[in-house]
Design a protein around this ligand. Structure first.
Ligand code: SR1
Ligand code: MG
Length: 421
C-alpha cells in the first residue's frame, strides 16, 4: 500500500510526501526531497508523471475515476489499472523486453510505478516528425506474433486459459468502451462523436451506408464472440514508444480476450492513416512520397514478420488445447498441418483488414481522433486526408476480397495519398 488513506489522485506537489517512503522509489531516484515531478499524460484516460531524482528517473501512472478526455461527467472504474497491470505482466512475459519494466503496483491507489523509457518518444509523434526507425517493423511483427500466439488456445492449456478468460472478463468497462467507440458510435448520430465540419456531407452519407454498417456489425460480432487470445486491446501508434534501437508497447488497460486480427488491424490502420497525413505534414511532395514509402514498407514488414514468427511458433510451440498434433503431424500429415495453418492465417488477415477499416472510421468521425490529422491546421487539407481515410477504411471493411495481400493495401494507400495536394 502506498498510503493507508482511500484513493486520491497524485499531484507533483503531493508525490514526494506520499511516495517518498517507498524503497522502490528512493532506491532508484534518491531522497524524495530532491525529486522533480512533471505530469506529462497526454492520453485520454490517466495521469502520467515523470519523477526525476539524483540517482535516476521513473514513471508513475495513476488511473483517474473518470475519463480524462471528457472529464468527471464520464465516471470510470479505477480497476482498469489492475487489468492493465495483469495484462502487462502476461504480454511482457510472452515477448520479453517489449513492455516497460514494472517496479510496483498498488491497486487501492490505481498506481503503477515503472521504468522511465528514455530517450524514447511516442511513435505517433515520430511519424508526425518524419523519423525512421529501422528496427521497428521486426520488433512489432515479433511482438504481435508472440503475444497473440502465446495467449491463445494453440499455446495455453485448458485450466490456465479458462481462469484467464474469466479474469479478463472482469474488464467490462473498458471492453464496453471499445464495443461502443469502435463499432457503434461512428455509424450513428451519437453525442460522443465529433468531426471536422467540412466532412458534414460525408458523415451523412456514411450513416446511410448500409453495406458499411453491416460490415461494422460483422466486425463487432468477431470482436465480441471470437475470444482467440489475450489482446493488448488498444494497439495504436500512441501505445508504442520508440528510440533509434528500441521499441516498447505501453498502455494495455483495454486488454480483453478477442480475435488475433484486432491488435494487428488497429496498428496497421494507424500506420496507414499516418501515410495519408504525410502530404500535409512534410514540407515538400518529394519528402511526403519518400516518407510515405517508408511507412508503407514498415506496415508490410510488421505483417510479414508477424506471419513468419507466428508460423514458426505454430509449428514449434503448438502444445495447447488446439495443438492438434494427434490428428496431423503424429499421423505424418505435414500437408494437413500446412492447410490448417494457412486457413488460420487467412482468417487473421481478413479480420486484420476488417478491424483496420473500422479503426479508420472511429478516428475520423468518433470520439478519439489521431494527432497526425489533428496536427494539420488547414481545415481543407485536413478534411482531404480524413476523407481519404474514410475511403480506405470503407474499402477495407466492406470489400475485403479486394485485398488478398498487404501489397494490395499499400497500392491503394499510395494511390489515395497521391491525390494529396
Ligand atoms: C474514453 S477512451 C477513448 C479512447 O482512448 C483510448 O486510447 C482508446 O483508444 C479509447 O477508445
Ligand atoms: Mg492508451
Amino acid at each position: 500500500m502506498l498510503t493507508r488513506s482511500p484513493y486520491e489522485p497524485l499531484t507533483p506537489t503531493t508525490m514526494p510526501a506520499r511516495l517518498g517512503g517507498l524503497p522502490e522509489m528512493t532506491r532508484r531516484l534518491g531522497p524524495s526531497a530532491e525529486w522533480r515531478v512533471r505530469e506529462v499524460g497526454d492520453g485520454n484516460l490517466n495521469l502520467v508523471f515523470i519523477v526525476e531524482g539524483p540517482a535516476g528517473s521513473l514513471v508513475v501512472k495513476q488511473a483517474l475515476p473518470y475519463a480524462r478526455v471528457v472529464g468527471e461527467s464520464w465516471p470510470m472504474s479505477l480497476d482498469r489499472a489492475y487489468f492493465e497491470h495483469e495484462a502487462s505482466m502476461r504480454l511482457g512475459a510472452r515477448d520479453p523486453g517489449r513492455m516497460p519494466h514494472m517496479h510496483l503496483f498498488d491497486r487501492e491507489q490505481a498506481v503503477q510505478i515503472m521504468e522511465h523509457l528514455t530517450p524514447h518518444i511516442i511513435l505517433r509523434r515520430g511519424l508526425i516528425d518524419g523519423t525512421r526507425y529501422p528496427m521497428l517493423g521486426g520488433h512489432l511483427g515479433r511482438y504481435l506474433a508472440r503475444t497473440l500466439f502465446r495467449g491463445s488456445d494453440w499455446s495455453m492449456e485448458t485450466a490456465r486459459r479458462k481462469a484467464d478468460v474469466a479474469l479478463f472478463a472482469g474488464n467490462v468497462e473498458l471492453c464496453g468502451i471499445t464495443e461502443d467507440l469502435f463499432f457503434t458510435d461512428p455509424f450513428h448520430d451519437c453525442v460522443r462523436n465529433r468531426h471536422n465540419p467540412l466532412l458534414d456531407r460525408d458523415v451523412i452519407e456514411l450513416r446511410g451506408d448500409r453495406a458499411l454498417k453491416l460490415a461494422a456489425l460483422r466486425m463487432k460480432t468477431r470482436f465480441c464472440t471470437s475470444a482467440q487470445t489475450l489482446l493488448h486491446g488498444d494497439l495504436h501508434t500512441g501505445s508504442i514508444m520508440v528510440s533509434a534501437e528500441d521499441s516498447r508497447v505501453i498502455d494495455a488497460e483495454f486488454a480483453t480476450y478477442g480475435p488475433i486480427g484486432f491488435d494487428i488491424g488497429s496498428l496497421l490502420a494507424n500506420l496507414w492513416m499516418a501515410c495519408l497525413a504525410q502530404g500535409a505534414l512534410r514540407p515538400s511532395d518529394d519528402e511526403a512520397t519518400s516518407y510515405r514509402g517508408w511507412i508503407l514498407a514498415l506496415a508490410e514488414t510488421v505483417w510479414k514478420v508477424f506471419v513468419a514468427e507466428f508460423t514458426h511458433l505454430w509449428l514449434t510451440e503448438r502444445s495447447g488445447i488446439l495443438g492438434g498434433r494427434e490428428l496431423l503431424e503424429h499421423q505424418d500429415d505435414a500437408e494437413g498441418a500446412a492447410l490448417a495453418l494457412n486457413a488460420l492465417l487467412d482468417e487473421i488477415w481478413r479480420d486484420t483488414i476488417g478491424f483496420a477499416g473500422i479503426e479508420m472510421h472511429r478516428r475520423v468521425v468518433g470520439l478519439a481522433h489521431i494527432a497526425e490529422f489533428e496536427a494539420i491546421a488547414d481545415e481543407e487539407l485536413r478534411a482531404g486526408c480524413e476523407r481519404r481515410a474514410l475511403r480506405l477504411g470503407r474499402a477495407l471493411a466492406v470489400e475485403p476480397e479486394r485485398f488478398s495481400d498487404i501489397a494490395d493495401v499499400s497500392a491503394l494507400v499510395a494511390e489515395l495519398a497521391g491525390r494529396d495536394r
